[in-house]
Write a protein that binds this ligand. Structure first.
Ligand code: CMX
Length: 134
């Protein structure tokens, strides 16, 4: 079962510059900056009320964020949904014909297990499932 939007991911060219902009916009500091090795990206998280924003900068030249910015420019990259049981949700979506981008959950940023759903199967929006690691 999907509980809520966990965060919205925004692809940026420079985390340093975007941190400054989002700090001014949201009126709070980033609460965490983290290098996600499995994805080769640098992330920065902001929280306002129940809502989280994840800024993402590509680090390898051929990572998903760098490719996205080359093609579409900076902007909203994905919507992440919080789930209680990621493996059960992956199985449920697979059964319905959604195209998952990994067979097993991966370790993502901010203490989460994650799995992505291909944007071609969700009306052009990249979807991330994430489950808090307890
Ligand atoms: N949102 C919407 N559409 C996207 C997209 C995105 N974020 N990224 C790529 N696309 C589109 C491309 O524009 C392209 O569309 P067209 O065919 O109309 O030109 C299509 O998807 C390309 O699909 P593809 O050829 O299968 O694959 P790509 O090499 O472009 O990779 C994707 C796209 C989504 C499969 C890849 O980026 C991926 O595996 N993403 C999951 C991992 C990820 O995004 N990691 C970074 C975030 C990590 C984190 O949050 O910690």
């Amino acid at each position: 079962m999907i509980n809520k939007i966990e965060h919205i991911g925004i692809a940026v060219k420079s985390i340093e510059e975007a941190n400054f902009i989002y700090k001014n916009l949201l009126g709070v500091d980033s609460y965490k900056t983290e290098h996600v090795e499995s994805e080769n990206v640098l992330t920065s998280f902001f929280k306002v009320g129940e809502s989280k924003i994840e800024l993402l900068e590509g680090k390898s030249g051929d990572d998903a964020i760098t490719k996205f910015i080359e093609k579409k420019g900076e902007g909203i990259h994905h919507i992440a949904f919080d789930v209680d049981d990621i493996e059960a949700e992956m199985e449920n979506l697979k059964r319905q014909g959604f195209v998952l981008l990994s067979d097993k959950p991966k370790k993502g940023a901010d203490n989460k297990l994650i799995c992505f759903v291909h944007p071609k199967s969700t009306n052009g929006v990249l979807i991330e499932l994430c489950q808090e690691i307890r």
